[in-house]
Design a protein around this ligand. Structure first.
Ligand SMILES: [Fe+2]
Length: 247
């Protein structure tokens, strides 16, 4: 039998195409991936390592040198492919950096670490209808009040190259913060459907508000304030060095 020489990343792209096919159709009102196909995608992604993407952890971005003339980006994105159904790419995180808390409105996602270690803090948005925000200290400016949302910290987990992917859905773990632990880190990121500001799928950033009065008996519940992209975070671009993908 001939050996299957299809690169793993190409298989992942093909499987993602099948998994998220008809994802946005009227019939699929909840935008859920097909369960069996989703499982197959998870198992392919679980097997992915840095070598499959031709990434060399030894050539990963190092810590920022103090006093460097031109600052290099804390985070670098390598685009692999994008279709109407999904986007796929790789994020490289410098040591000590983090992708700040952000959301993925109406989207599913999958993060697979290929080298290094990351901590992922996931939040779920809660229904704010009929719940008044608590009194914040210092008080919020009037213009900030409409952009707060109630949320709950759902999990804080660490992922390394031997971990299965971290998953998010439109309803669960949809907001997250990703921090590199103990050195540089890289992860594959699949989003389905892709970000699209023209279709209410823009990326928003948040800071965690501390309230002066307990907002509920659940100490993990908190309010988030929508903020502009933090000034110390930006994302550079770099060519993806791995096998070309066609979908
Ligand atoms: Fe994200």
């Amino acid at each position: 039998m001939p050996r299957d020489k299809t690169p793993l990343i190409q298989k992942i792209a093909q499987q993602a195409s099948v998994t998220f096919k008809d994802f946005l159709s009227e019939e699929n009102g909840e935008h859920k991936p097909l369960p069996e196909q989703h499982e197959q995608l998870i198992s392919l992604v679980t097997a992915l390592g840095a070598a499959d993407l031709k990434l060399d952890p030894r050539k990963s971005p190092g810590p920022e040198e103090e006093g460097a003339q031109s600052q290099s980006p804390p985070v670098t994105y390598m685009h692999i492919c994008e279709t109407p159904e999904f986007s796929m790419g790789v994020f490289l995180l410098r040591p000590g950096t983090a992708i700040p808390l952000h959301d993925h409105p109406g989207m599913n996602g999958m993060i697979k670490v290929v080298y290094g270690k990351v901590s992922v803090r996931c939040f779920d948005k809660l229904d704010s209808n009929g719940v008044d925000p608590p009194v914040f200290e210092p008080p919020l400016a009037h213009s900030q009040v409409p952009s707060v949302c109630r949320s709950v910290l759902h999990c804080v987990s660490e992922y390394s190259a031997s971990s299965p992917p971290c998953l998010l859905t439109p309803q669960s773990d949809n907001l997250h913060q990703i921090e590199a632990l103990g050195g540089p880190a890289a992860f594959l990121d699949i989003l389905a459907p892709p970000y699209d500001p023209d279709n209410n799928r823009d990326c928003h950033y948040y800071s965690i508000l501390q309230s002066s009065t307990p907002s509920s008996e659940n100490s993990e519940e908190t309010w988030l304030l929508e903020i502009p992209q933090p000034e110390d975070f930006w994302c550079g671009g770099q060519a993806y060095p791995g096998p070309q993908v066609s979908v």
